[in-house]
Write a protein that binds this ligand. Structure first.
Ligand SMILES: Cc1ncc(COP(=O)(O)OP(=O)(O)O)c(N)n1
Ligand SMILES: Cc1nc(C(=O)O)sc1CCOP(=O)(O)O
Ligand SMILES: [Mg+2]
Length: 570
């Protein structure tokens, strides 16, 4: 065994760090993880296994007891939700899973009850037997490195007791208690009989308790809560029951335009005020808020910032979801991922990209539009009106802010015509405006990385000049290939012309649809398509549409050249 200085930067305070000869350096991240989880006394680190791809270290305390095996794999922030299942998936376990996923945190679950529930109300409840709750808790807590436990529906005193016992056995970094008693539809989910257990067993070990007005009142023996001053008094009284922090949610406070929550950390009162979002879709906000706070705590945020972040998240999710319609009852769920509305307004559903979208592909050019004194949005509008089946914003000279504003405006136009809008090169801009996809070339971000960033539903185009590149584009998860220059072009400097033969070779090797590009216009578009080569699905055109006085008439003429149907008069 030899002493070794690999860990000095983050573990320098540890004496007697001891390695066997096969050591593998531990990263600072891993060292910090070890430090926060186990380093209460000096450690001996031995049995570092370098034969595996990832280093593994046995951590042994000075007294010789093993406290676990660690690998240099990254530890993921982890929330355990102990709550009831909501079949409608607006609240309960399902909301907790979605909230944690939306906040980038792993969520495991212990189910305390199964409810038959929808937007009308709760039709039935099955309480999971205590011993099964105990087993679920042990399974997760004994193995999975939970950082924060968040509780929701705890429908019996027995379950509250089992939970407090297990938390003593397997301590976690924080406990967030959402004292769910009555559902948003008014159905009772935990009777008054468990109030004393809540007060005695759970609140004293809670880092945060998040009652709404009814729950705060019930915990305080029926205290009337009608004003912000009442809420402050309630927060202070609840704090005396043991939790380190209290958040009293004032969503039900009458006659207020704002939503006001009161936070008390034992010293200071904070009033969180936000404009009330007028919507029926509030089912599950309580569960989501508590889960989101737990998620932020699991990431390492201090309590007050976790609460602030969670409030902002809920506010924007509610605002985004205010018009969505799921279920016929009075209280609907909201969209934790802020995506449902966008995809339902998209020109296509997930995975519905079709080669026919490539038929007449308009690619913009800021310099050309500037030269002709028109905005990008006017150019895009005219191209779509003329029959463009897909649009790419290729704004090489635009400032990022201007590009994003233009992209958002063009997206509205494209969505209203069900024409996909792609962004050239700029994955960041595409993500920021939720464009339908991105087109990248061989010297841009690799298509596989773009796919990783954009997810499975967006359209990704890749430029290919050779069969080998076409093969790679397919492997990388692209949806189509742009291949050229078919003819010489002035639009792209120093572009290699591959000719019709090069295009044919790419098409034949491709498993993806191909759009031809480079020097294509009204005079030669038909001849390109008439090659009849497999996979060739359309032509992509810049100057023949945009380096023209009238984009609408140019697009109509190109459409006519491609289809053989006479253009409509402009
Ligand atoms: C449809 C289509 N095909 C090819 C290209 C060219 O992309 P790239 O090679 O990345 O070159 P730039 O356009 O970025 O100059 C394209 N944009 N669109
Ligand atoms: C953007 C672009 N990519 C090309 C490639 O060969 O990949 S050629 C090209 C420019 C196409 O412009 P025009 O239609 O004005 O010739
Ligand atoms: Mg590019």
């Amino acid at each position: 065994m030899a002493y070794c200085g690999v860990l000095t930067s983050s573990l320098s305070f540890i004496k007697n760090v001891n390695f066997d000869q096969n050591y593998v350096p531990l990263s600072n991240f891993q060292a910090t993880t070890l430090q926060s989880r186990h380093l209460r006394s000096p450690l001996i680190i031995s049995k570092i296994n370098s034969s595996r791809h990832l280093a593994t270290a046995m951590v042994i305390q000075e007294n010789g007891a093993s406290v676990g095996s660690h690998s240099s794999k990254m530890e993921i922030p982890h929330v355990l939700s102990v709550a009831g299942s909501d079949s409608g998936a607006g609240a309960g376990i399902q909301a907790d899973l979605k909230a944690c996923a939306a906040r980038g945190v792993y969520c495991s679950t212990v189910i305390t009850a199964v409810t038959a529930q929808n937007t009308v109300g709760v039709q039935d409840v099955f309480i999971v037997p205590e011993d099964m709750v105990a087993k679920q808790l042990k399974s997760v807590l004994s193995d999975m490195h939970v950082n924060v436990v968040k509780t929701g529906m705890l429908p019996s005193a027995g379950i509250v007791n089992v939970l407090s016992q297990r938390l003593r056995e397997f301590p976690v970094r924080a406990l967030v208690v959402d004292p769910v008693m009555v559902s948003t539809s008014g159905d009772v989910l935990a009777g008054p009989s468990i109030l004393s257990d809540f007060r005695e067993k759970l609140l004293p070990i809670a880092d945060l308790v998040t009652p709404n007005l009814k729950e705060a009142s019930a915990l305080l023996g029926g205290m009337h809560l009608q004003t912000i001053a009442d809420m402050c008094a309630a927060a202070k009284l609840l704090h005396k029951m043991g939790p380190r922090n209290v958040l009293v949610k004032g969503g039900d406070l009458p006659d207020l335009l704002d939503a006001v929550d009161i936070f008390f950390d034992g010293e200071n009162i904070y009033e969180f005020k936000s404009a009330r979002v007028i919507t029926r879709n509030t089912h599950g906000t309580g569960c989501t808020l508590a889960s989101c706070i737990a998620a932020e705590l699991a990431k390492g945020s201090p309590m007050l910032s976790a609460v602030k972040v969670a409030k902002c998240y809920i506010e924007s999710a509610l605002d985004y979801s205010k018009d969505i319609f799921i279920g016929d009852g009075p209280q609907g769920p909201f969209d934790h991922f802020v995506r449902l509305k966008t995809s339902s307004h998209n020109y296509h559903g997930p995975g519905a990209f079709s080669p026919s979208n490539l038929f007449m592909y308009a690619v913009t050019d800021s310099r050309m539009n500037e030269k002709w004194g028109r905005s990008i949005t006017d150019a895009v509008k005219a191209a779509i009106e003329g029959g463009a089946t897909i649009v790419q914003l290729r704004e090489k000279d635009a400032e990022t802010g201007d590009f994003l504003r233009a992209a958002k405006a063009c997206l509205e136009i494209c969505r209203s015509h069900k024409v996909p809008l792609l962004i050239n090169d700029r994955v960041d801009v595409a993500l920021a405006c939720d464009a339908d996809g991105v087109h990248v070339g061989q010297s841009d971000m690799p298509a596989c990385e773009v796919r990783r960033l954009l997810g499975p539903e967006k359209i990704i185009g890749a430029s290919c000049k050779t069969p080998k590149q076409a093969q790679q584009a397919w492997i990388d998860g692209a949806d189509y290939i742009g291949s050229g220059g078919v003819f010489p072009t002035n639009t792209k400097a120093n572009n290699l012309t591959i000719g019709l033969d090069g295009l044919r070779a790419v098409c034949l090797a491709s498993k993806l649809p191909v759009v031809a590009i480079g020097g294509i216009g009204i005079s030669n578009a038909r001849s390109v398509m008439d090659t009849g080569v497999p996979n060739l699905s359309g032509v992509a055109v810049v100057s023949a549409l945009f380096d023209q006085e009238c984009v609408l008439s140019a697009t109509r003429k190109l459409h006519s050249a491609l289809t053989g149907v006479a253009p409509k008069p402009t």
